[in-house]
Design a protein around this ligand. Structure first.
Ligand code: NDP
Ligand code: 2IT
Length: 457
């Protein structure tokens, strides 16, 4: 083994031992580090500066009690967290997730991914993630508000517009950001960009709600154009029906593709006639206004079908866009996809594809876009929201959309540069771009070089 490969192998052995109870965190670190053997071979300065050891340890992790009172007077206690992972490229930046599954392993994986995603955007953004095991489902608006106020009361001391700027993620959308921002502003007695995803009337950026889904499709479009192809007429399978899935579907329809499915944690719907703009508006009403379930789609479109307890991956399509949650494409799902000979899989969710499934897809010659590249549009527009807040100005929708397109194209081109078979640090020997190693090498290099410049700490 080369020096770089030995360093990576030893590092991973120690890392796994140290984090044996944190499977998601191990998975995300392995995914990155496995791309870095040749780079670390060529760059002994990165090895001797302990870059991997330092970047895999959060600069600070905060855990706190969140106590809130339900409408019936009962008292509830949840855990709140913020993992402030890396400030090497800017203030900590990343979303908040409210979901019963939330724990430190999941937040460390998300915070770790966020460092390199934010690096790829080219903006000045560090990496972080936070959240709570609070379940927003079936809670009243008043309960959500009281929970958000209790949560941000604890977090307020650790965040700020030049320190740490949270945003949304699963279970945290514009309603929650409103309650979090309102109470934070009251505590700080200052109106500033301490959170992103705010309403456009009170400090938010145009296009932030749409940005992750739109950015995903801009990335897919760039991948297809790179091969002389386009979205027109392609069939698309989407999982999830939340923020990312909704706007991914909208942009796919705009590009002239046919969207076949959407899902939630209970099951998926398939509409073989295609989910068009009017049908998508119905989904937004069901999910966002009524906070309902995806199966209610059949109340409006009885020709569609609903499959309880299943994911949509057996449905044949040209393009698969997982937009729900981590590890939602397992090896059997990938094998079902391969049998349908699709063109590409692009991750809208964070780490939705297990490592075995990624290997199976790539081995079958299916183009694969990893989350840290393809879903970076959301945090990129969050970065643009921060810039607008600092300037006390608001850019038009067109200006933000142009910046988003440019950023996604740049990320594509960085992946192409570092993931092509003839590139300096990639082990890719195939004829297609390896977007996984391209994104990992490019995202990591910027962070690692900045760490060297800033000294050892
Ligand atoms: P939302 O809460 O708006 O929607 C989440 C969707 O995924 C819902 O349809 C939900 O179904 C489904 N889902 C959540 N957990 C599970 C699960 N364990 N199994 C099956 N389905 C599940 O979240 P977002 O759309 O914001 O986030 C989706 C993904 O995109 C996440 O991985 C997130 O980290 C990632 N992401 C989000 C960004 C953003 O800007 N919001 C930016 C970049 C990535 P149900 O309603 O039944 O729970
Ligand atoms: O995973 C992500 O990139 C997000 N949830 C968005 C983070 C942000 O700060 O906008």
């Amino acid at each position: 083994m080369s020096d770089g490969q030995t360093y990576v192998a030893d590092f991973l052995t120690n890392f796994r031992r140290k984090h044996e109870a944190e499977p998601e965190f191990i998975q995300s670190v392995e995914e990155l580090v496995n791309s870095l053997g040749q780079l670390l071979d060529a760059r002994p300065d990165l090895r001797s500066a302990g870059v991997l050891e330092r970047i895999t340890e959060p600069e600070r992790s905060i855990q706190f009690r969140v106590t809130w009172v339900a409408d019936d007077g009962s008292v509830h206690v949840n855990r709140g967290y913020r993992v402030q992972f890396s400030s090497v490229l800017g203030p900590y930046k990343g979303g908040l997730r409210f979901h019963p599954s939330v724990n430190l392993s999941i937040l460390q994986f998300l915070g770790f991914e966020q460092i390199f995603k934010n690096s790829l955007t080219g903006l000045w953004l560090g990496g972080g993630k936070g959240g709570s095991d609070f379940d927003p489902k079936d809670k009243s608006d008043a309960e959500i508000m009281r929970f958000c106020q209790a949560f941000i009361t604890e977090l307020a001391n650790y965040i700020g517009p030049d320190t740490d700027i949270p945003a949304g993620d699963i279970g945290v959308g514009s309603r929650e950001i409103g309650y979090l921002f309102g109470w934070y502003k009251k505590l700080a007695n200052e109106f500033h960009g301490s959170l992103t995803g705010k309403g456009t009337d009170w400090g938010g950026s145009n296009l932030r709600p749409e940005a992750t889904g739109y950015g995903l499709l801009y990335f897919v479009d760039a991948m297809l154009r790179h091969r002389g192809d386009s979205m027109t007429g392609k069939s698309v399978v989407i999982s999830g029906s939340g923020n990312v899935a909704q706007y991914a579907a909208q942009k796919a329809i705009e590009f002239g593709a046919k969207v076949l499915t959407m899902s939630d944690s209970n099951g998926y719907i398939i509409d073989n006639a295609g989910i068009d703009t009017a049908k998508l508006a119905t989904i937004l009403r069901i999910k966002n206004n009524d906070r309902g379930r995806i199966k209610q789609y059949l109340d409006f479109y009885p020709d569609a079908e609903y499959y309880e307890g299943s994911r949509p991956w057996k449905v044949a399509a040209d393009i698969y866009l997982p937009c729900a949650t981590q590890n939602e494409i397992e090896i059997a799902d990938a094998q079902a996809m391969v049998a349908n000979k699709p063109l590409l899989v692009a991750e809208g969710a964070n780490m939705p594809t297990t490592p075995e499934a990624v290997t199976a897809l790539q081995a079958a010659g299916i183009l694969f876009a990893p989350a840290k590249a393809s879903n970076a549009g959301g945090v990129a527009v969050s970065g643009l929201e921060m810039a607008q807040n600092s300037m006390r100005t608001a850019w038009t929708l067109e200006v933000v959309d142009d910046r988003l397109k440019e950023i996604m194209q740049n990320i594509h081109d960085k992946c192409a540069k570092h993931g092509a078979s003839n590139s300096k640090y990639s082990s890719n020997t195939g004829s297609d771009i390896d977007y996984v190693s391209g994104a990992n090498i490019s995202g990591f290099l910027r962070v690692a070089d900045a760490m060297l410049s800033q000294g050892i700490f």
